[in-house]
Write a new protein. Structure first.
Length: 407
């Protein structure tokens, strides 16, 4: 069936443009709306339509696009961006299938592709019996094609996208980015933090080694990015400072007296929030001196393999912990927050009776999630993009998604 695709905002890379080329090359109609100069720069001269209005007028504009071009499918990256919310909310009622890309639930060789929504809006059932049954129909999965995707490649694309944004006041005067931090502030913060990380990396890895060798029981709290939609839209917390305070207050009241809480920063954190000060203030207020360890760097897998438990909000790190057999507590409701996998009794009980995950159930869950939502490929390096284009185009043009087949 010949389909008509409407491309909205994608990642800051050539991925969407190359995916559109692939779809057009096999006979499908492709349309594009640019919302900012970065979108236009990465569309690279292909035919496109410019939306220069504000978000309030976007639903009517999209309705017109759907009708005028007989749109059957819309493709976007991130379902919580302001320019995407009207499309996600209205697409189904207009008879348009919505395909949402996101970073992979499993990394580094996968990206997420689901219909209608991802993360907290995923259509994956919350039924462990369904996962067990569906996994039998999925069977064994092929191993992914591996590739290298250096951070500098991702950074180069991001800088190019935002440099193009200099033209936004002229071409897209009403555009407002979904990012809470302006790009120049973000880049300056990254330069400062990454310079410091190079100086302390060896020391931080040594601290992890010493902690493991000490034999002292500890729990791990891996931090997420304050700018992540997982925090801003899919949790009750405003930022990770609130998470730290909430977890430490429970830890002080209920954790065994000899246990430590290891708080590890996210590798891509900008360093704009002073976590050292927040932790120190909590230590003093809660009487936790000597019972917390803050790490800017270090091997997370090594930490988790020897941990008594993992506490997180809704990060994909939770699935790393489950895969390693580590008792894992989610403070929000990610797709892996299922009885038998993540701890269900609450944070206060978790410290003294951490529930280990059912390894067999997690294998069923992983097999189904990989089959139903994951695409081998990446958004940033050339090989990753080519893989993602090839594999995603098959899913986009199919009558039913992999998850719909299972359901």
């Amino acid at each position: 069936m010949r389909r008509s695709f409407l491309f909205l905002q994608g990642p800051c890379t050539p991925f969407f443009a190359r995916l559109a080329d692939r779809l057009a090359g096999v006979g499908h109609a492709v349309h594009r709306v640019n919302f900012c100069a970065g979108d236009a720069a990465y569309w690279r001269g292909r035919p496109a339509h410019r939306y220069a209005g504000d978000v309030a007028g976007l639903r009517d504009y999209l309705d017109d696009c759907y009708r005028r071009w007989d749109i059957t499918d819309q493709v976007l990256f991130g379902d919580r961006r302001p320019v995407h919310r009207p499309a996600v909310a209205h697409g189904e009622a207009a008879g348009v299938r919505t395909h949402v890309f996101e970073e992979g639930y499993f990394r580094p060789f996968w990206v997420t592709l689901e219909r209608e929504g991802v993360n907290g809006h995923s259509l994956l059932p919350r039924d462990v019996d369904w996962f067990r049954e569906a996994s039998e129909r999925v069977g064994a999965l092929a191993k992914p094609v591996r590739f290298r995707s250096p951070f500098r490649v991702r950074a180069k694309h991001d800088v190019a996208y935002h440099v193009a944004g200099i033209l936004n006041p002229l071409l897209f005067p009403r555009y407002r980015t979904h990012a809470p931090i302006a790009a120049p502030v973000e880049y300056a913060a990254y330069v400062r933090r990454f310079t410091r990380l190079r100086l302390i990396r060896k020391r931080e890895h040594e601290r992890v080694k010493m902690l493991v060798e000490s034999g002292r029981p500890y729990f791990v709290l891996p931090l997420q990015l304050n700018s992540d939609a997982q925090i801003r839209d899919h949790s009750r917390f405003e930022h990770m400072g609130e998470v730290i305070e909430y977890v430490l207050e429970s830890f002080a009241r209920h954790a065994p007296g000899d246990a430590l809480l290891v708080i590890k920063n996210h590798p891509l954190d900008m360093g704009l929030m002073d976590y050292t000060r927040i932790i120190a203030d909590c230590e003093k207020r809660l009487g936790l001196a000597g019972r917390t360890v803050y790490l800017e760097d270090g091997n997370l897998d090594t930490l988790l393999k020897h941990a008594c438990g993992l506490v997180n909000v809704n990060s994909t790190t939770g699935m790393v912990g489950l895969d390693l057999g580590v008792p894992t507590l989610a403070l929000s409701d990610p797709i892996y927050n299922l009885p038998g996998m993540s701890a269900q009794a609450g944070i206060d009980a978790f410290w003294r009776a951490p529930e280990p995950p059912d390894g067999e159930l997690f294998e069923c869950f992983r097999r189904v999630v990989m089959y139903a939502t994951q695409i081998n490929g990446g958004f940033y390096c050339g090989k990753g993009i080519e893989l993602a284009v090839t594999n995603a185009s098959r899913v986009l043009t199919a009558d039913r998604s992999p998850l719909e087949h299972l359901l």
